[in-house]
Design a protein around this ligand. Structure first.
Ligand code: COA
Ligand code: AMP
Length: 630
């Protein structure tokens, strides 16, 4: 079947297409149909089926005789550790962990927050929750206590599972004090915490609340998989929106299983048993879908890599890992390739390794710039596939479906829509724009299985954020165009979300932190273009009347504040003091124009600006810190 035939079938016979795909999954009770639209525009998939995520990820492979197959490879240059876990071992480890949780009262529907570094136990914790029908919410280790607290209050977890520390090059990140701080800040208190003590940092335990990972499992029975209905949430994953309050993206069990399983063969061209490596973090959607779930659903070997593209120990690490484990499909963010390219521009280190098993490289998380794609393609000699997706969708909206047909690559485009995604470009008024013209990217409802059915405890916000702007469509928050061959181009966000080193961040959240500084009357944060990280946040600070501050000192204070309140991942390092901010007459800050000035690009004078002279002032301020051609 060609890509075009496959796409057309999913469009014209969605029931048949997705019910066929559902055959690949083990059900306790099969669903009577795929789509339930009685509550449109809220849609549900496979509602009346029952099944279990962990069974499909682990147990069924053991039952099928593949217990000896490696499920997880752990490679950690930062701790100098390598190990392998077979499917049979994974089954007993996950069942034991789930048994410990169950003995402490965790059951179907309870939330469990997971705050862990890139160790196999992070994946085991996710699977143990899924085994019990408990809903996990993984929080990225680079977030500070305050961000963790916000998620604790929203998800209201019964338990928190955490590692004692994470390891960043050159420093140990002590998770436990962050966890304790977050629990203190949060109004909701978990009943208990499970702590994985790592050799690099032993955490101090709070008697009666904290339990040791291994100790608390002792004397408990391994837990069986609990069947749940198809729409039961398997996880909540918080992501950045326009305001400081993160959005809790909900993933429904059945659609997630069906869609992710489908992608492993059709997009990533993998057969069960192949080694799949997503060099991301379990704290992000890429980590959920392609470190933990999809490879395991499909019976592949997944790689948990605790290291960085460079510096652990060098820019050859990616190639070393690929050759050592015969990786077939490699997935990372363009920024990681840029980091490698910067250290080893000629790709000399690649020559030290046998990469003959590599089928393709997949890029997502941010715009893949042509230089990066060319460099990877020229040096690796395999297809380099840009694909576009979001936390909300859980898998690619647009991609090149290598396992179906490799369609011609157009550099700069993540290729074509995947089955079930009717992608359209709309004008501000919600009308489709002509081919090749820019507009808001929207997807005609319903979205395919695996995509978010709602936001956790926030249905109104779900409607407002995604459904209300263009009735009948899902609003992606991205702007772009579709060319005459149906290829998509993703150009920019339509909201205040920025993308720093493949990490999705809210400038609104940073502005909330800056505004809380006692000397700051007003502020703005923009994402300026950065050669390595794609974008970097830049802050503008207007001081309270009569306040005079040394710029360097004040900037140091706000940088520290953002690190404390949001976390190091925000990579907020730069700010300037300005007298005033450019605004429209109705008071809207002209962030888009400020980005253009920072990037040294031409810009059109906004017709509605209240005083054009402010733009010159912004340019002068930006030059002072090395932007705007300064
Ligand atoms: N726990 C604690 N801190 C973390 C962290 C974690 N899991 N991940 C990152 N941080 C910290 C970093 O140590 C750094 O701290 P610093 O300010 O003290 O230096 C800060 O957060 C910013 O990190 P990052 O933006 O990642 O920059 P970097 O300079 O450490 O590394 C890259 C740059 C490009 C090598 C790195 O960003 C990378 O590998 N990116 C790949 C992106 C990716 O996997 N995206 C997921 C979507 S596919
Ligand atoms: P996240 O939810 O963290 O995966 O971030 C999703 C956002 O990252 C998208 O809405 C885009 O803005 C951006 N993004 C992801 N993949 C791509 C891509 N291949 N090309 C351009 N932008 C991308």
């Amino acid at each position: 079947m060609s890509y075009a035939e496959m796409y057309a079938r999913a469009r014209d016979d969605a029931e048949g297409f997705w019910m066929d795909a559902a055959e690949a999954i083990d059900w306790v009770e099969k669903p009577s149909k795929a789509l339930f639209d009685d509550n449109a525009p809220l849609y549900e998939w496979f509602r009346d089926g029952t099944l279990n995520t962990c069974w499909n990820a682990v147990d069924r492979h053991v039952e099928a005789g593949h217990g000896d197959r490696v499920a997880i490879i752990y490679d950690s240059p930062v701790t100098d550790t390598k190990s392998k876990i077979t499917y049979a071992e994974l089954q007993s480890r996950v069942a034991a962990l789930a048994g410990g949780l169950k003995a402490k009262g965790v059951g179907k529907g309870d939330r469990v927050i997971i705050y862990m570094p890139m160790v196999p136990q992070a994946v085991e914790a996710m699977l143990a929750c899924a085994r019990l029908g408990a809903i996990h919410s993984v929080v990225f280790g680079g977030f500070a206590a305050n961000e963790l607290a916000v998620r604790i209050d929203d998800a209201q977890p019964k338990a928190i599972i955490a590692g004692s520390c994470g390891i960043e090059p050159g420093r140990i990140v002590k998770y436990k004090p962050l966890l304790d701080g977050a629990i203190e800040l949060a109004s909701h208190k978990p009943e208990f915490c499970v702590i994985l003590q790592r050799d690099q940092e032993r955490a101090e335990m709070i008697e009666g609340r904290d339990f040791d990972w291994y100790g608390f499992q002792e004397g408990t029975d391994p837990a069986d998989c609990v069947p749940v209905e198809g729409t039961h949430p398997v996880y909540i994953l918080y992501t950045s929106g326009t305001t400081g309050a993160p959005k809790g993206v909900v993933r429904a069990t059945a659609g997630h299983l069906v869609a992710l399983y489908w992608t492993m063969e059709k997009i990533y061209d993998c057969k069960p048993g192949d080694v799949f490596w997503a060099a991301s973090d379990v704290g992000w959607v890429v980590g959920h879908s392609y470190i933990c779930y999809a490879p395991l659903f499909h019976g592949n070997t997944t790689l948990v890599f605790e290291g960085k593209p460079v510096g652990t120990p060098d820019a050859g690490t990616f190639w070393r890992v690929m050759s050592e484990y015969n990786v077939r499909a490699f997935f990372t963010a363009p920024t990681a390739i840029r980091a490698v390219k910067r250290e080893d521009p000629k790709g000399e280190l690649i020559k030290n390794y046998d990469l003959s098993g590599l089928r393709a490289v997949f890029l997502a998380g941010e715009r893949a710039d042509p230089d990066t794609i060319h460099w990877a393609h020229d040096h690796l000699g395999v297809p380099v596939i840009d694909h576009w997706w979001q936390t909300e969708t859980g898998f690619a909206i647009a991609a090149n479906p290598l396992g179906v047909e490799e369609i011609p690559v157009k550099i700069g485009s993540p290729s074509v829509p995947m089955p079930g995604y009717d992608v359209q470009i709309l004008s501000d008024e919600g009308h489709p724009v002509p081919t090749g013209e820019l507009g808001a990217i929207a997807i005609k409802l319903p979205l395919p299985p695996g995509t978010l059915p709602t936001l956790w405890n926030a249905e109104e916000r779900f409607r407002k954020s995604y459904l209300n702007t263009f009735p009948g469509y899902y609003e992606t928050g991205d702007a772009g165009m579709i060319d005459e061959d149906g290829y998509l181009y993703i150009m920019a966000r339509t909201d205040d979300v920025i993308n720093v080193a493949g990490h999705r961040l809210s400038t609104g959240a940073m502005e909330e932190v800056l505004a809380a500084h006692p000397d700051v009357a007003e502020c703005a944060v923009i994402g300026a273009t950065d050669d390595l990280k794609g974008q970097m946040p830049v802050g503008f600070l207007c001081l309270n009347a009569g306040t005079s501050r040394d710029e360097g000192e004040l900037v140091g204070e706000v940088v520290k504040l953002v690190r404390e309140k949001i976390g190091p991942v925000a990579a907020f390092r730069t700010a300037v003091i300005v007298d005033r901010l450019p605004k429209t007459r109705s008071g809207k800050i002209l962030r888009g124009t400020m980005v253009k000035i920072a990037d040294g690009e031409d810009y059109k004078m906004p017709a509605t600006i209240d005083d054009p002279a402010i733009l010159d002032e912004i340019g002068v301020a930006l030059k002072r810190i090395g932007y705007a051609g300064g």
